[in-house]
Design a protein around this ligand. Sequence first.
Ligand SMILES: C=C(O[C@@H]1C=C(C(=O)O)C=C[C@H]1O)C(=O)O
Length: 407
Amino acid sequence: MSVALIRPLTVRTIAVSDPDNLLSRLPGAGPYAWVRHGEGLVGWGEAARATVPPGPGRFQWAREWLSSVFDDAWIDDEVGMPGSGPVAFGSFTFDANAEGSTLVVPQVILARSGGRAWLTTVGDAGSDAVAPLVTARGITYGDGSLTAPEWQERVARAVRKIKGGTLDKVVLARDLLATADREIDIRVLLSRLASRYPECYTFSVDGLVGATPELLVRHKGQSIESLVLAGTIARGSGPADDAARGEALLASEKDRYEHVCAVVSVREALAPLCAALDVPDKPELLVLPNVQHLASRVTGRLSDGASVLDVVAAMHPTAAVGGTPTAKALSVIRELEGMDRGRYAGPVGWIDSRGDGEWGIALRCAEVSGDRARLFAGCGIMGGSDPVAELAEAQAKFRAMQYALEG
Ligand SMILES: C=C(O[C@@H]1C=C(C(=O)O)C=C[C@H]1O)C(=O)O
């Protein structure tokens, strides 16, 4: 492991006056962000970085790397909140065997939570002037790995497998390739996402940018919380239509079963780690600007000192992004999806030196590089799925990132 090469970090956290809009403080290239309802963390610069080797032991490796960085650090933290002191942002590939998972400790972190704000610096971080935002225009889209009709045909094949009894649920995704007229400024995408999707977690880690509604796990001391989503319907044409669609979603047997699969996978992953676990017996509606979801808020109390990354390791991939049963669903995804998901649908978030943190499932996101972005969206496929409706659902999910790109 490369840990021996890392010099001990000198970390200082001080309370600061309210910075108001965190995202507006990002100086420029390579922004790190995790923001919801104006609270969260933004970071820049790089004090330490790990490229996580692929394989079944990747979370364990990541944990050891984090210990080697955090345990040796000199920390002067006058705030003592989750997210103060040194923090690593991270994102992991969906597939354990794919390259591309990273952890980065930014050199500067600015945070805002519960009426408090703080600034963390590692080493001698200089002051960083905010470079003007540059708005890319002329966005054009092309098919990703599959055309829309090809993807529908894969969905139809998945439905046949499910009806044949091979599995209960599989999540199939597709990608779109966007090109802009100039380099895409990630800060522009982040501020559009945060203002239109305040309920979601607007994130940025090494070019993976999005606003996910799905909280994999929040860890504060011994308490954990997760927001499980599965089951989706489009927004209506007006308040009455919207409410009727919400009711229809809550009453839909297909969507309720799809949701149960996701909730059961989360309960099974969390139960061995928890002294107490509360799983609601029926879902609520989460209404976003583009879609409505069935949502279950799961809360628990950990039985020992597991860190947020230990919990992530136990949970990923939930049936919200894999399927049921998990192993079978992963093999159907490999067989039918026709693309590498990269970090889409993988865990994304942050962890501090106490093991607290927040991680989401990287949805409603894109991999951004230069003047290009690769957008992803997927849908839970059940025996009763209609390929035309699933394509429309994926299009609705793409709208979050299309809005981020186009304004
Ligand atoms: C897979 C995605 O979303 C997931 C699938 C859902 C569904 O099929 O109903 C709902 C929320 C997410 O758990 C995505 O946004 O790409």
